[in-house]
Ligand binder design. Structure first.
Ligand code: GLA
Length: 677
């Protein structure tokens, strides 16, 4: 599709930052590196529309023609993430306002409010002008709308739109008052006009208010995207449209709900760790992105693909941005060691990414991100990074045949709203974090070599032997039924503390924790005991627990391990419950990494889950993709030692035949077309 069956390779290309002489060199270097897709124009609004309604497209005409002449396809961006200074000057009411009521000024990017009518109109105008001019340009592979939807606003436009959204959601004020439990602290609303966005306030804010605002804002950004998409599609229905998802706790976007709106799930990923944590995060992000794509397919776009049936293509996603070299973390930039760019890129391809794209093609001389890494760094093409970029292009070229679904028999449920709700003030501990809990479970599964799909509550669970619920705090009745049916029907479940505790409005379920899951898990907790930052509880099996502990009583479940010492001495910490034809494990604390891996392995073994590649050493990631009778095994050596893994097939990067054992150099990668039968 975007690159005619080849894996996509390239990145953000900003020709407007360079004189025209550089463009020809860019195209020559792109060809040398086998770049086949670039995003153009993402921050070029002021160059495309220097004054309201006056367009200067000649430079973009030249760039697109040059790229087309070089055989490089274009994801043409709409530049709406950075309105020009004239726009902000003319429409100060469209500048964003923080929760403290401070209006932000022009001078960076994202200085707009997505609910401001003037901004929405200007965004539609520039997107429409681009569509009119370029929708049939032969260089175009598709459209990339905006950049990383994610900024929030608390202005009056937002408040008005919020009230409209609340009316649509709750119908009447009685329902809203009930959902938000406004009887607490005299917050009962008698007129919609009394409700504003959750601005800075004296003390703790209402959790229902905060949660609905997040949901509303995700929907608002989605409609801003969708109106651009619709007019781009109308100009040429054959061109796919997407936007690049940004990840992070601050992002007020429910990507699972958004996934059905894009023709390709595209994600940006910049790991926040520099050690093995970067590889762990890479694996999780790949599984998340694939999960969103499958979720969208499941909800009607392409059910055959969602199930991985027959020759239907697996739901597509693409790593749209990543860093070729240095990443900014802990206050400074860290070098990506030689070979790591390739390994990270192939880790994404292994998990179903339709290629590897980067921010950015060429490092600029100025601007806020002048030291951000690039495929062509400040040093120019005579550099390690560019040589590695050329190698990566060659590697992706050799992997063009790889396709199909990713082997996984564990499902990990991730829910944006639970993540938001566990960020609210007034919770028993500030260390509660749905996404961190999901990451901890995923890390355990990853190190044990189990393939894992991320699912959204309600997704089909056929074929999964184990379902993991990481602090799935918001559990509405439908989700509770989904979990019940899975376990009752023979599935294995592992749920961690705080799962099932609240309903969809973040109201606590009564009768004991874990609320909606008490029956399935066969336990009841009367009290919780959040732990201090450095505090640990000891477990009877020699392990330790952090973050959380509970006064738990079995109500049908067996004790797997108990707390040892202290207030909870002898009380259950981890339990297992036979329920219907299935089994449900409960973790009332966060076990240390070693113990967590052991518990996950025990639960997985009991469920009949097998590692993707039995015998692969820790630190060697194994991922298998399958399409019909064919399969490909990715082996990524994240250690600094040579490793050997038993496997058979043709290694695609070297074209060597492997009879028994693949030898992986330190940091090395192999991709085998496996022999079948
Ligand atoms: C994001 C943005 C890019 C750039 C990079 C820097 O992914 O989309 O424009 O700012 O971050 O890492």
């Amino acid at each position: 599709m975007w690159t005619d069956g080849r894996l996509c390779y390239g990145g953000d290309y900003n020709p407007e930052q360079w004189p025209a002489q550089v463009w020809a060199e860019d195209v020559a270097l792109m060809r040398q590196a086998r770049v086949n897709l670039v995003t153009v124009g993402v921050f070029a609004w002021s160059r495309l529309e220097p004054a309201p309604g006056r367009y200067t497209f000649d430079w973009l005409d030249q760039v697109l023609d040059l790229l087309h002449g070089g055989g490089i396809r274009v994801a043409l961006a709409t530049p709406t993430a950075s309105p020009p200074p004239w726009f902000s000057a003319a429409h100060p009411d469209a500048l964003p306002v923080t929760a403290d009521g401070v209006r932000l000024h022009h001078g960076s990017r994202d200085t707009y409010c997505a609910a401001a009518p003037a901004y929405r109109a200007a965004a539609r105008r520039i997107a429409g002008a681009l569509a009119d001019r370029y929708a049939h340009h032969p260089a175009l592979a598709g459209w990339r709308v905006h950049n990383e939807y994610g900024t929030t606003c608390h202005c009056e436009h937002t408040a008005t739109a919020f009230r409209r959204w609340l009316v649509a959601r709750h119908g009447d004020l009685d329902s809203l008052n009930d959902a938000w439990v406004t009887s607490f602290w005299s917050q009962h609303y008698t007129d919609w006009a009394q409700i504003s966005t959750p601005r800075a306030t004296q003390y703790l804010a209402n959790p229902g208010h905060l949660l609905d605002f997040r949901r509303f804002w995700s929907d608002t950004l989605r409609s801003a995207y969708a109106e651009q998409r619709d007019l781009l599609r109308a100009a040429n229905p054959r061109l796919p449209v997407t936007t690049n998802f940004v990840l992070g706790d601050w992002v007020p976007v429910d990507h699972a709900r958004w996934a059905a709106e894009v023709d390709l799930v595209a994600v940006d990923h910049y790991p926040s760790a520099v050690d093995i944590g970067a590889e762990e995060q890479t694996a999780l992000v790949g599984d998340l992105a694939r999960g969103w794509a499958r979720h969208a397919a499941t909800r009607g776009r392409d059910p055959a693909a969602a199930a991985g049936r027959g020759d239907a293509p697996a739901p597509a996603w693409l790593l749209m941005e990543s860093a070729p070299n240095q990443i900014h973390t802990a206050g400074r930039m860290h070098t990506k060691e030689p070979g790591r760019m390739l390994r990270h890129s192939l880790a994404h391809v292994a998990r179903g990414s339709h290629g590897a794209m980067f921010f950015q093609w060429r490092a600029p001389t100025g601007g806020a991100e002048r030291f951000h890494s690039a495929l062509v760094p400040h040093a120019g093409p005579d550099s390690r990074v560019f040589r590695e970029a050329v190698e990566l292009g060659a590697a992706l070229h050799r992997l063009a045949e790889v396709r199909g679904t990713v082997e996984a028999s564990v499902a990990l449920a991730v829910d944006a709203a639970s993540g938001w709700a566990l960020r609210h003030p007034g919770l028993p501990s500030r260390r509660l974090d749905h996404h961190e809990e999901a990451a901890a479970a995923h890390r355990g599964l990853w190190h044990a070599g189990y393939g894992c799909d991320v699912v959204v509550p309600g997704d089909p669970l056929d074929g999964y032997r184990l379902l993991v619920l990481p602090a799935l705090y918001l559990t509405d009745d439908t989700t509770a039924g989904w979990i019940h049916d899975y376990v009752h029907g023979g599935g294995h479940l592992l749920a961690t503390y705080l799962s099932g505790v609240a309903d969809e409005h973040a109201r606590v379920r009564l009768g004991g924790y874990p609320g909606a899951l008490r029956d399935v898990l066969g336990v009841r907790a009367e009290e919780f005991h959040p732990l201090a930052d450095e505090e640990q509880v000891t477990l009877a099996d020699g392990g330790t627990g952090r973050i959380w502990a509970e006064t738990l009583r079995p109500a049908g479940a067996q004790v797997v391990t108990a707390y040892a010492g202290g207030l909870l001495d002898g009380r259950p910490a981890v339990t297992r419950h036979r329920y219907g034809a299935g089994t449900a494990w409960y973790l009332s604390t966060r076990p240390d990494e070693h113990t967590y891996r052991r518990l996950l392995a025990d639960a997985a073994r009991a469920a009949g889950v097998r590692p993707v590649c039995v015998g692969a050493p820790d630190g060697v990631e194994a991922v298998r993709r399958r399409a019909g009778q064919h399969s490909w095994l990715f082996l990524l050596n994240h250690t600094d030692r040579a490793q050997r893994v038993a496997a058979r097939g043709v290694e695609l990067l070297t074209a060597a035949t492997v009879d028994q054992v693949v030898a992986l150099p330190p940091g090395g990668v192999a991709v085998l077309r496996e022999h079948t039968g």
